[in-house]
Design a protein around this ligand. Structure first.
Ligand code: DQA
Length: 152
């Protein structure tokens, strides 16, 4: 089993109740249990963390250096548009990641259209709602299985 980290940023603990017309009706618990289940089918062990605190997200990213995490699926939420520190953490550990957004950032306010992550992400999935996390895990599984094939 490959080890994957599902990381969600601030305010995503309120999913389901937070602006459902933008972010949908799935709760974070729904998204995480679905990710664990789909991950299992795809040969991935999915560890989940949501935090409203930038330093906790940074420290969890640092920990991927030591805990065998091979890929991160990351919705940085509002930190997408502000956090050089999270960008630097990802560059420091070099753990590859997929950037996920529930809403379609290209159709939202101008200031949401800048991301500190997109140019260093393996891919970006935006505007697919909760299904975007499924797509991200499928992308990760295909990447990890492909690299497993080439190493034999
Ligand atoms: C978000 C988009 C961000 O602009 C916003 O701050 C969020 C959620 C999304 O999933 O669509 O909190 O990352």
């Amino acid at each position: 089993m490959h080890k994957v980290l599902l990381l969600n940023g601030p305010n995503l603990n309120l999913l389901g109740r937070r602006e459902p017309e933008i972010y949908g009706h799935s709760t974070l618990a729904d998204i995480e249990s679905r990710a664990r289940r789909l991950g299992h089918e795809l040969g991935l062990t999915v560890d989940c963390l949501q935090s409203n605190a930038e330093h906790r997200l940074i420290e969890r990213i640092h920990h991927t250096l030591d805990d065998g995490t091979e890929f991160i699926v990351f919705n940085p939420a509002a930190f997408t548009h502000t956090s050089v520190a999270l960008r630097d953490a990802l560059l420091a550990v070099q753990t590859p990641f997929v950037e996920v957004h529930l809403s379609d950032l290209s159709q939202r306010e101008k200031w949401r259209q800048h991301s500190w992550f997109s140019d260093i992400a393996a891919t970006v999935i935006s505007g697919q709602g909760a299904a975007g996390y499924d797509q991200a895990l499928r992308f990760v599984a295909s990447r990890l299985n492909r690299s497993a094939d080439t190493s034999v």
